[in-house]
Design a protein around this ligand. Sequence first.
Ligand SMILES: [Zn+2]
Length: 259
Amino acid sequence: MVQLFLFVLFFAFGAAVFFLIKKTRSHEFIIPADLEDLLESHVAYYRELTSDKKKKFEERVRVFLSYIRIHGVNMKVENLDRVLVASSAIIPVFGFEDWRYFNLKDVLLYGDRFNAEDYAVTGDGRNTLGMVGDGPMQRMMILSKPALRQGFINETQKVNTGIHEFVHLLDKADGATDGIPEALLHRQYVIPWIKYMRDAMSRIKAGKSDIDPYGAVSQAEFFAVVSEYFFKRPDLLRINHPDLYGLLEKAFSQYPGQK
Ligand SMILES: [Zn+2]
């Protein structure tokens, strides 16, 4: 009986989201004309790139916005939101020239935190800032707009919700969201990575790490949390955790913080 109830609930939410997307179809695939200005003034990662790489980054953002739909749930999506979602997506894959997010179609933006159980923005469980969908929500990402923006406004913190969620998608590309990005990491580095991850998670649990404690929740969260650190504060990560920086530069095939 409980299973039947959950089954019905699951599909009811799937259907609700489907109709919501149909309703907002007219807003799909918008590429902002002021893309370069928005990147320059809001995305620190972009600002650090050479002019050649800036051009490549802009092109990657345009391509992303031409196949991913961004919808606002009871709120208007602004050009800045489109640019920040696309930047969150491109930053982790900038080292892979032809990467396409085949496991994503739609991004839903909420005006606040939401309940990860039923995607509601009201109620007790409204504490989630971002998530990658499963089941009927497959190929969908949900982000809190304030959290998305905050990740780029605050340039000194190690957090960025948008990058965090896109790293979960990269992790998922090999079939399992398990903190082991087999699709990215050369086989010889997989064992060192698993070993490093387990040791580092124990250090977080023992209170002996500057890595966000959320990284100790699971291997998948560890990978997403240290990736935020890698892309937001590569300078600090290289000093505080040189081995981790070394493994992540191999996984992502890029060297943030180094010209
Ligand atoms: Zn996460």
